[in-house]
Design a protein around this ligand. Structure first.
Ligand code: GTP
Ligand code: MG
Ligand code: NA
Length: 337
C-alpha cells in the first residue's frame, strides 16, 4: 500500500448557506443530535465543529455499495451561521476548509447569503458540493428514511418528480447566472468543472448517504497532497469562552500537526493544561461531557484549557513552541506584526 494512503488527515468540510437552509439540521440528522432546537431563536450564532469517524461514515453509506475503501480517518465538519450579520464567521469557516457543502433550500432557491457564501468559496477556489435540501417539502413527497436519493426518487409519483425537476431546473439556472455550472451528482460526468447537486432532507434523511460518500470520495481522490499529514502545527481559534471547571478555554480547529498536553503555545505564551474534545459525532460548541487527551492529531475540533486564555482572540492562529525554538524569539516575531 502507498504510504500516503495511510498518512492522510481527516478532510475539513465547512457547511455554508443562507439562514434556515437547514445546515445545522443536516448535521443533527447525521449525528443523531438536537443542536438546532437548542439554539436561541433557532439561529446559529457561532462556528461549530463535529468529528465523524470513518466507521460511522462507512455505516451510513453502506446502502450505496461503494466498494472504494475509506482512506481518510474521518471527516471534520464545521457548521457556520447563515444570518447576514455573521459574514466574518462564514469567512473564517470557509478559510479553514478543504471542501464545503453549500446548502440551498429547494423551496427558496438562491438567496443573498447563498450568493455571499458562493463568492467566498470562489474567491479561495474551494471545492464544494451543493445540498439541495428540504426535498421532503415537495408536495406529496413519500418519505424513504435514510434512503440514497436515486432510490427515494424512484418511489415518488410522477407529479412529485415533475415538481422536483421544475425546481431543480430553476436553481441550476440561478447558479448559471452566478457563473457556476451545476448538475445532479449522479449525472455529473465532469466533476471539478461542474459542481454536483445532492438532493437531501434533514428531516427524513433522503440523500444523506450520497452526500457523505461524495464528500469522502471526492476529497480522498483529488486532494491527497493537501490531506497528507504534516507535523507542522496549523491551528485556528474559533471561540474564547469560560467553561465551568476549566476557566477560560479556547475552541480551536487543528488543521494539521499534533498537539500535546503540556505543549507551550503562543502567541499568548502559556502551557496547555487540558486537551479536550466532545465525543465523536457531538458538537464542540455545545456544552457537554468532554474527553481528555494526552495528544491529538489533526484534523480535529479541540477545546484547550490553559492560563491566560482570556487574552486569546477568535479567528487568529495558534502555534506550538517547538523544543528547539527560542520562546522569546517567537514571541518577539509575533509582536512585530
Ligand atoms: P442558520 O444556522 O441559522 O443559518 O440556519 P440553518 O441553515 O442551520 O437551518 P436550521 O438547521 O436551523 O433549520 C431551519 C429550519 O428549517 C428548522 O425549522 C428546521 O427544522 C427546518 N429544516 C431544515 N432542514 C429541513 C428539511 O430537510 N426538511 C424540512 N421539512 N425542514 C427542514
Ligand atoms: Mg445553523
Ligand atoms: Na436556523
Amino acid at each position: 500500500p502507498k504510504q500516503a494512503d495511510e498518512n492522510l488527515r481527516s478532510p475539513i468540510c465547512c457547511i455554508m448557506g443562507h439562514v434556515d437552509a437547514g445546515k445545522t439540521k443536516l448535521l443533527d440528522f447525521v449525528r443523531g443530535t438536537n443542536v438546532q432546537e437548542g439554539e436561541a431563536g433557532f439561529i446559529t450564532q457561532q462556528i461549530g465543529a463535529t468529528y465523524f469517524p470513518a466507521e460511522n461514515i462507512r455505516e451510513r453509506t453502506k446502502e450505496l455499495k461503494a466498494d472504494a475503501k475509506l482512506k481518510v480517518p474521518g471527516l471534520l465538519v464545521i457548521d457556520t451561521p447563515g444570518h447576514e450579520s455573521f459574514t466574518n464567521l462564514r469567512s473564517r469557516g470557509s478559510g479553514l476548509c478543504d471542501i464545503a457543502i453549500l446548502v440551498v433550500d429547494i423551496m427558496e432557491g438562491l438567496k443573498p447569503q447563498t450568493i455571499e457564501s458562493l463568492n467566498l468559496l470562489k474567491m479561495r477556489n474551494t471545492e464544494f458540493i451543493i445540498a439541495l435540501n428540504k426535498v421532503d417539502r415537495l408536495y406529496g413527497w413519500k418519505t424513504c428514511r435514510n434512503a440514497p436519493i436515486v432510490k427515494a426518487m424512484k418511489q415518488q409519483s410522477k407529479d412529485v418528480q415533475n415538481l422536483f425537476n421544475t425546481r431543480l431546473t430553476q436553481i441550476v439556472t440561478q447558479f448559471m447566472e452566478q457563473g457556476v455550472n451545476t448538475e445532479l451528482y449522479y449525472k455529473n460526468r465532469e466533476m471539478g468543472e461542474t459542481f454536483s447537486i445532492v438532493p437531501t432532507s434533514a428531516i427524513s434523511g433522503e440523500g444523506i448517504p450520497d452526500l457523505l460518500l461524495l464528500l469522502v470520495q471526492w476529497t480522498q481522490k483529488t486532494m491527497v497532497e493537501k490531506l497528507t499529514f504534516s507535523n507542522v502545527v496549523q491551528c485556528t481559534v474559533l471561540e474564547v469562552k469560560v467553561i465551568e471547571g476549566h476557566g477560560t478555554t479556547i475552541d480551536v480547529v487543528l488543521v494539521n500537526g499534533v498537539i500535546h498536553e503540556g505543549d507551550q503555545i503562543g502567541p499568548i505564551v502559556t502551557t496547555i493544561r487540558a486537551l479536550l474534545t466532545p465525543h465523536p459525532m457531538k458538537e464542540l460548541r455545545v456544552k457537554g461531557t468532554y474527553l481528555h487527551h494526552r495528544e491529538i492529531k489533526a484534523a480535529q475540533g479541540i477545546k484547550i484549557a490553559a492560563q491566560g486564555l482570556e487574552h486569546a482572540i477568535a479567528g487568529t492562529g495558534l502555534y506550538v513552541v517547538g523544543s528547539d525554538d527560542d520562546l522569546e524569539d517567537v514571541k518577539e516575531a509575533t509582536m512585530e506584526d
